[in-house]
Design a protein around this ligand. Structure first.
Ligand code: HEM
Length: 157
């Protein structure tokens, strides 16, 4: 093929796949902190009536709401919003006081996915947020069922 036979490679906005959204661009795409506050409101409204998760949360849900909204806003490109109030996230350490077994983690992820679905974000944003929840939630499991704890191990372990 000589150069003249090649298709025009000048990109045009309507050509090809949509440029993929970078995680740090989500904050601007959704309209900043208020969008994360709305997401967290929707999530906490579900937690408030959830028989598995509600008992783990303190009576006053407001401080936790704010922290989660700031954390998400920071994670998705809003700058040091969480860090200014709380320092390094250290999520595993901060969740250590709560008995998070696989069932609790799954419920958390389901309620968050439902809350994300309620926001009317565009598909690219939904995919990034849902992917994060699916990856991050299992890392916070700190209680395994007895059957798992009792699996045979190497002698000496
Ligand atoms: C993607 C997964 C998760 C993220 C990003 C996340 C994030 C956070 C953040 C940022 C805080 C506030 C930390 C602080 O500054 O004190 C928090 C608190 C908390 N999280 Fe999570 N979390 C996740 C999963 C879970 C799961 C699976 C559970 C339980 C099933 C859970 C239960 C709690 C509780 C009970 C608090 C304390 C709330 C309060 O003090 O009002 N979290 N979480």
């Amino acid at each position: 093929m000589n150069a003249d036979d090649r298709p025009d490679e000048t990109p045009s906005p309507s050509d090809g796949p949509t440029p993929s959204l970078e995680p740090h661009q989500v904050f601007d795409r959704v309209g900043g902190l208020p969008a994360f506050e709305a997401l967290v409101e929707s999530f906490y409204a579900r937690v408030a009536t959830d028989e598995l998760l509600r008992p783990m949360y303190p009576e006053d849900l407001e401080p936790g709401k704010r922290r989660l909204a700031l954390f998400f806003a920071q994670y998705w490109g809003g700058g040091d919003l969480y860090g200014r109030e709380r320092g390094h996230p250290r999520l595993r350490m901060r969740h250590a006081p709560f008995p998070i077994d696989p069932a609790a983690a799954l419920r958390w992820a389901e309620l968050m996915a439902a809350a994300i679905g309620d926001q009317g974000f565009d598909d690219e944003v939904d995919q990034l947020l849902l992917g994060y929840v699916a990856r991050a939630t299992p890392t916070l499991i700190n209680q395994l069922p007895d059957e798992v704890q009792a699996l045979p191990r190497q002698p000496g372990e």
